[in-house]
Design a protein around this ligand. Structure first.
Ligand code: ADP
Length: 635
């Protein structure tokens, strides 16, 4: 019984081992099978792109490039894209199509394409004509084509169309909107079958505009010839770029060179209907969008590659996208932004200086502003200072005037004395003359002498009064070239009465040549009077024989120097630095303004005034004034 059980157990284990081995084998086989390898790395989807004319004809080249990029971006599968160009579409010779079909079929014999995309009307027409022979089982997307160029009757269940709808009337209306003075539109178009078809279509839309605009077209003119004419087009002419694939001379124009060359020479703005041409040469307007059309095409292609039936996808043609304009062309042709249709986009706008150098401009403005503020403040300060200077000078003048009055007050006694003398003489002389007139024999000679004395005394008295009046005159500061010798002499004459009354001997030592300085005569005279009266005051308590004052003037290295030296007690050492301060006085009835005013006047003349005690006795006051330039030159 036990042996039976053991045998069954061994059999179960053996069965289990067999199942395990088979499972491992199956797993290994599954890993190595080609289907699994296929799932890990799927077959690429083969896409044949069929170009009209060639790979670099505008605007189709722009569409082909954008479709390719968008397809690669959207496709979840690896793609094997190969391009073929329908060179045969450049002419009407359809016989050459058959070998081309055979060539394509031979290429795809082993691996037929999963999808054919034909770009542009010529490619579409070719495919539709040859559809039965050209990979009939492969789906076809016809794109970058105007709906009028599609043979909808021949669309099979494997075919679909991503088309657009041209609206030339909208293009002409746009031209007249932005350039209302336009009176001539030239349609630039070639002569290939496709271009001839489109010329006829464009002409159908001209009549409503013919009352405003004269139309012409270039299909009969070789492009080179038209280029020559394009530089001298009449004013208010506009060029409408249709197509220029094959011109009247049979020359094929690849890429964008034709439009570029026309733009380089044309003296008229260029418009078009497709933004495949937009970017340098066109002014702009409502146009088909390459980006929009290519995105739609790639959407449809991916849906078909994913298994959707091409014939089930039926899309309406797209119309023009919102208008776009080239700012540079707008500037060139004087088109204002306000004349653009609403919702227009303006491209290539050159940034303004402000937009490019915002920070730099802001900084410069700030610096200029700060500078302007600083300059204004400085100018204001300067004006205030000038004003203050003028005001100070005016006050000083007034103060000096008051000071002169007080000086004149001090001089009253001596002036009265001075006047007394000539007046007394005049009286005596007139009495003598009266007596002589009573004499029987008139001594006319003596009488003449008496009259002459009277005149002299009168002049002397008049001179005293003139000097006093000029001292008391209120005159503004006036700098003139003056001779200091004269000023000193006149000042001494004015105080002569005072010095005489006080028994002060005055010695004046003046240079023989004039001492020329620039200054105000009255004010400088006032300075001298203050110093002379102070010197006389200082010697008041001396014995009469000791009252001696020296007034000395000389030239010293470009300066006129005047020294007034007295025999008085001098200035206390402690007061030396203060005597020029306003209101400093040691006199019982003094005002303490004389020296302060003297310093102000001397400094206003760019000079210096100083005081010192003499070694022996007395004080010495020294004034230094710059010599007038003419005096300096003479010296
Ligand atoms: P005031 O004559 O009214 O006092 P000043 O300004 O002319 O005012 O003079 C100020 C003071 O300077 C005088 O009070 C005097 O003390 C002193 N001072 C001026 N000149 C002399 C001088 N020659 N000798 C001595 N002291 C003088």
């Amino acid at each position: 019984m036990r042996a039976v059980k053991r045998r069954r157990l061994v059999e179960a284990v053996e069965r289990y081992q067999t199942v395990l081995v088979w499972c491992l084998f199956a797993l290994f086989a599954a890993i190595c099978s080609p289907q699994t390898a296929h799932a890990a790395s799927p077959e690429p989807k083969r896409v044949m792109i069929l170009h009209s004319f060639g790979q670099d004809f505008r605007p189709w080249a722009e569409y082909a490039r954008a479709i390719r990029a968008e397809l690669i971006r959207q496709s979840p599968w690896p793609l094997d894209i190969h391009d073929h160009s329908l060179v045969t579409a450049r002419s009407t010779d359809e016989d050459t199509e058959v070998p081309f079909v055979n060539y394509l079929m031979a290429l795809g014999a082993k691996h037929p394409p999963d999808l054919i995309i034909c770009v542009g009307a010529p490619a579409a027409n070719f495919v539709q004509r040859q559809r039965d022979r050209l990979f009939p089982a492969t789906p076809v997307v016809i794109t970058a084509i105007e709906q009028r160029r599609v043979n909808f009757a021949r669309l099979g269940e494997n075919d679909t169309v991503v088309s657009v709808s041209h609206d030339f009337s909208a293009s002409f209306a746009n031209i007249l909107r932005v350039l209302p003075e336009t009176n001539k539109i030239i349609i630039v178009i070639g002569t290939s079958p496709n271009e001839r078809f489109w010329l006829e279509e464009v002409r159908k839309e001209m009549p409503p505009f013919e009352n405003r605009v004269e139309f012409s077209w270039t299909d009969k003119i070789p492009f080179e010839e038209f280029l020559r004419a394009a530089s001298a087009l009449p004013q208010h002419t506009v060029l409408f770029w249709g197509l220029m694939n094959v011109d009247a001379a049979g020359i094929v124009h690849e890429g964008g060179s034709a439009l570029k060359r026309l733009h380089a020479v044309a003296n008229a703005p260029i418009f078009s209907y497709d933004d495949g041409f937009f970017g340098d040469e066109l002014v702009g307007g409502p146009m088909h969008s390459v980006a929009g059309g290519s995105r739609r095409t790639a959407d449809v292609a991916v849906r078909i590659l994913g298994g959707e039936k091409a014939g089930d996808i039926r899309l309406p043609p797209t119309r023009y996208a919102a208008a776009k304009f080239d700012w540079r062309q707008m500037q060139r042709w004087g088109i204002s932004e306000s004349s653009l249709p609403p919702d227009s986009q303006v491209y290539f706008r050159e940034p303004s200086v402000w937009e490019t150098y915002r920070w730099q401009v802001a900084m410069v403005c700030l610096v200029v502003l700060l500078q302007a503020v600083l300059i204004s403040v400085l100018l204001y300060e300067r004006r205030r200072r000038r004003f203050a200077e003028v005001e100070a000078r005016r006050r000083m003048s007034e103060l000096a005037h008051v000071n002169r009055y007080s000086t004149a007050g001090e001089l009253t006694a001596s002036i009265a004395h001075e006047l007394n003398q000539p007046l007394g003489s005049i009286l005596v002389n007139t009495e003598t003359a009266a007596l002589m007139l009573e004499q029987p024999s008139l001594n006319t000679k003596e009488l003449k002498e008496i009259l002459s004395d009277i005149r002299r005394d009168d002049q002397r008295a008049g001179e005293v009064i003139r000097r006093l009046r000029s001292l008391l005159m209120r005159t503004p500061f006036e700098a003139r070239e003056i001779d200091l010798n004269e000023v000193i002499t006149e000042a001494l004459d004015l105080v002569s009465g005072l010095t005489h009354a006080r028994d002060v001997t005055v010695e004046s030592i003046l240079p023989a040549e004039p001492l020329r300085v620039r200054g105000d005569r009255i004010q400088l005279q006032q300075v001298l009077l203050n110093l002379i009266i102070n010197a006389a005051d200082a010697m008041e308590h001396l014995g009469k024989s000791h009252r001696r004052m020296v007034v000395r003037a000389a030239q010293d290295r470009g300066f006129a120097e005047i020294e007034i030296v007295d025999n008085g007690p001098g200035i206390l050492a402690a007061n030396l630095s203060e005597v020029f301060e306003p209101l400093f006085t040691t006199k019982p009835n003094g005002m303490g303004m004389g020296l302060s005013i003297a310093r102000t006047i001397v400094e206003a003349h760019d000079g210096q005034i100083s005081a010192e005690n003499r070694a022996g006795q007395g004080a010495a006051f020294r004034i230094r004034l710059p010599l007038a330039p003419s005096a300096g030159a003479a010296a």
